[in-house]
Design a protein around this ligand. Structure first.
Ligand code: BGC
Length: 393
């Protein structure tokens, strides 16, 4: 624990409206804070410093004026820790993850915090046809392709450039043919931590051959604190009047179905657990929520996609995106068997949720869905914000 980065913050510096920009006031608040109950740890940097695939990995910490902290490793471009205050001013890490980079290399690792590409979510039968040519992908999920394949972007070492205290730029060249996809794809993801407590992710990509691209982030959140029980008591709003139902292999049927009168209606804030075990075929297929929601406003402008809050801690997460869809995954496949979780935690069933902004799953095979094709000369561009706030008592 010697060199662990200790984050000790005082109550009230981080709220919906108030933030402290005055360094003197800030340090007075820090000095008067309860240094035992307010301690929260970012894993040691040295636990992330190694060589993978001949490239150096590391851990980078972003900080904003309110002393919110976000730790990111360039292994898979993964968010490792997100540290925000709860309603009592106690600092909480709301992001599930591992103590060491080796945790993220485990075979059963569920994409904690990862950048996902070249194609987020599933492509049916692990194949697609583009410009008359068939492409075969590695089938890493029950005959389907999931999250860009076993060696997708989540398992690659990105080149990292820390621009300033609050900005990290990650770049990666995905070579022609990598994981079955055509074209050399140059990808850039800029993570910035804003002073209104948002993790902003700007994705851009260019290619030298026509290809398909669907990039996202796979952070698992628990707004009660990572490892702190079920997320079913969280209250969720999703601004989607339709979702894309799936078959038993979790591939969309092609239908855009109204959420009205179904357990998928989150157009008004509803506890996640309220209907998760309802007698519903779609919930059975997903073993709970694991579905793409088609945002009511599908434009490429930045708009609110979802808003989640924990009544327990008062922490809220707002998701804004330029994407037309969002995958709400309720942590159904977490089983308490992972090792090396932060503080030795094992992460039980439904103890984390993901809100993955995206184009719809299986779009390369579904002509009615918004296109994911990127051609030479075009620039793929996508922005998502995970914005945090704390409702004061
Ligand atoms: C998928 C789930 C999958 C999870 C972790 C989500 O994006 O929709 O089906 O189990 O990622 O692998």
């Amino acid at each position: 624990m010697k060199t662990n980065l200790l984050i000790v913050l005082a109550a009230g510096v981080f709220s919906l409206s108030a933030c402290t920009n005055n360094p003197e006031k800030q340090s007075a608040q820090n000095a008067s804070s309860d240094s035992v109950s307010n301690q929260v740890m970012i894993p040691e940097k040295s636990n992330f410093q190694t060589t993978i695939d001949g490239k150096q990995t590391d851990l980078y910490v972003l900080t904003n004026q309110n002393d919110m902290k976000v730790a990111i490793t360039n292994y898979g471009g993964r968010i490792v820790s997100i540290i925000v205050p709860d309603k009592d001013g106690k600092m909480v890490d709301v992001n599930l993850g591992y103590e060491k980079v080796s945790g993220y290399q485990q075979a059963n690792e569920p994409y904690f915090g990862a950048l996902i590409g070249r194609y987020g979510n599933r492509i049916g039968n692990a194949q697609f046809t583009l410009d008359g040519k068939a492409y075969k992908l590695p089938a890493n999920d029950n005959g389907q392709s999931l999250h860009g394949g076993p060696k997708g972007f989540h398992a690659q070492v990105w080149d990292a450039k820390k621009i300033n205290d609050y900005t990290l730029e990650l770049t990666y060249l995905s070579k022609d043919g990598e994981e079955g996809y055509p074209g050399n794809l140059n990808v850039k993801v800029v993570y910035s931590l804003t002073n209104d407590n948002a993790i902003k992710m700007d994705y851009t990509a260019t290619t030298d051959k026509a290809t398909v691209v669907n990039l996202t982030n796979h952070a698992y959140f628990n707004l009660n604190g990572e490892g702190n029980g079920s997320i079913n008591n969280h209250v969720l709003l999703i601004n989607a009047d339709k979702f894309t139902p799936v078959n038993a292999s979790l591939i969309p049927t092609g239908e855009l179905k109204s959420v009205k009168g179904t357990p998928f209606d989150f157009t008004t804030p509803t506890a996640i657990g309220q209907r998760v075990d309802a007698d519903d075929e779609q919930l059975k297929f997903g073993k709970g929520y694991d579905h793409n929601f088609a945002l009511t406003n599908s434009s490429t402008e930045l708009k609110q996609a979802a808003l989640v809050s924990s009544p327990q801690t008062g922490i809220t997460l707002e998701v804004l995106t330029t994407e037309p869809g969002i995958q709400f995954y309720g942590g159904n496949f977490l089983d308490g068997k992972l090792t090396d979780g932060k503080g030795g935690k094992k992460y039980e069933h439904r103890s984390g949720f993901c809100l993955e902004t995206q184009h719809f799953p299986d779009s390369p095979n579904q002509t009615s869905f918004p296109s994911t094709v990127l051609k030479p000369g075009e620039t793929y561009s996508s922005t998502t914000l995970y914005k945090f706030a704390t409702k004061q008592q």
